[in-house]
Design a protein around this ligand. Structure first.
Ligand code: FAD
Length: 373
């Protein structure tokens, strides 16, 4: 089959690898002039790692392993702790925070030369019953992996944009707080000003972010605004902020798509954020893009009409993604703990909290449930 994928993000490149391995002809059209190097790091859980391995591009050895995740109140008192090693014991895959550029490099590097065409912004994909036309070329199947502002989504689904919910992540990946960066323990401090997250990302890098339900004044002085806003938070928040430059901080507004049951028409479909962008509060967006790629490759490997296989893929994935999308949209992990959360934190051991987290991931996972389209 001849497949055109729009977008060389995590989802598009992962799919390309799986399809090339199955003998399909694959072209990936990417509007950026070269491989993306921004976007800090993403945390890959057992489901995303299993999907990448299943597509033939394991993420082994990348980023920093994360064994525990602790939530603290703004004054530094722990109220919940998850032992994430539970995931490795049950799925064979651990949790790691990996620079986005490293994932893209691994995925792109595993593809035959010329598979990815950079500097190719697609504006008017055309879809008919017999095939698709994109950038003047025809193909059997079109996959829109072009992110939350997807042009493919507009062409095959509807014009409704992903909606901002008012929260913004201010994030970066820097050589800050070496003790934390070199560790396997991640930490989040949460209070009325928002959440500060700190994750080791390997090779001395620390992934940090501030999730805030507000925007800074228009004068561009984001760091001064964050320093004031988070001034009452326990260390190492102040120490981190004191060591940053304005250029270290990148804003990412939280957006949310409706997740319809159908993601395309005829031989065209969507994948990843193009289909179901949701806020990063559950750290599952890239994991779900990998899950989509894993199931879509399986769907396109079934005999029969590709359009029918695509609809089966969409039905399964939309059911799985809807749950995690709702949870992420609630931003519950970014809110100060209420009495119930505190009580649960006192009663649950880290191992049990880790198991509950794994159960949440299983619910939204096709790869861990061996879904068959
Ligand atoms: C602050 C923040 C933190 C996050 N943390 C995590 C995390 O810890 N774990 C996790 O799993 N997820 C996380 N996510 C979510 C994750 O980044 C996304 O869900 C994931 O990148 C989606 O991948 P994708 O391939 O679908 O889309 P994208 O990564 O958006 O890639 C889309 C690609 O398509 C290209 N493109 C767009 N339009 C066109 C066009 N017209 N023509 C050609 N090319 C085009 C773009 O240039 C881009 O390269 C986070 C997101 C944010 C904002």
């Amino acid at each position: 089959m001849d497949v055109v994928i729009i977008g060389a993000g995590i989802g598009g490149l992962a799919l390309a690898n799986g399809l090339v391995a199955d003998g399909h002809r694959v072209r990936v059209l990417e509007r950026a002039p070269g491989p993306r190097t921004d976007g800090a790091a993403v945390t890959i859980f057992g489901n995303g790692a299993a999907a990448a391995a299943g597509l033939g591009v394991p993420l082994d050895g990348l980023g920093g392993d994360v064994e525990t995740l602790e939530f603290r109140t703004q004054d530094g008192r722990p109220f919940a702790r998850a032992d994430l090693r539970v995931a490795r014991r049950h799925t064979g895959f651990g949790v790691a925070t990996v620079p986005r550029a490293a994932i893209l490099e691994r995925f792109a590097g595993a593809l035959p030369a010329q598979t990815v065409r950079y500097g190719c912004a697609v504006s008017d994909p055309r879809v008919g019953p017999e095939g698709v036309t994109v950038a003047g070329e025809s193909a059997d199947v079109l996959v829109g992996a072009d992110g939350y502002r997807s042009v493919v989504r507009r062409a095959v689904l509807d014009g409704a944009p992903a909606i901002r919910n008012g929260w913004v992540s201010w994030q970066g990946l820097t050589r800050s707080l070496p003790e934390l960066a070199g560790d396997v323990h991640a930490r989040c401090l949460v209070g009325p000003a928002g959440l500060c997250g700190l994750m080791p990302a390997g090779a001395g890098l620390l992934q940090w972010w501030f999730d805030v339900p507000a925007s800074p004044p228009d004068d561009g002085a984001v760091l001064a605004w964050l320093r004031t806003r988070f001034a009452s938070y326990a260390e190492p928040v102040g120490e981190l902020l004191a060591g940053l430059d304005e250029s270290d901080v990148q804003p990412y507004p939280h957006v949310l798509h409706r997740v319809p049951a159908r993601w395309g028409t005829g031989p065209a479909t969507l994948l990843g954020d193009a289909a179901h962008a949701f806020p990063p509060s559950q750290a599952q967006g890239a994991n779900q893009a990998l899950e989509d790629a894993w199931l879509l490759r399986r769907a396109l490997g079934t005999p029969g009409d590709p359009a029918t296989a695509l609809r089966r893929y969409e039905r399964i994935r939309s059911r799985r993604v809807r749950r995690i999308s709702r949870l992420a949209a609630s931003e519950v992990t970014n809110l100060p703990p209420g009495p119930l959360t505190r009580l649960a934190g006192r009663l649950l051991t880290p191992a049990l909290t880790g198991r509950l987290h794994l159960a949440t991931i299983r619910q939204c996972s096709s790869v861990l449930n061996d879904d068959r389209p």
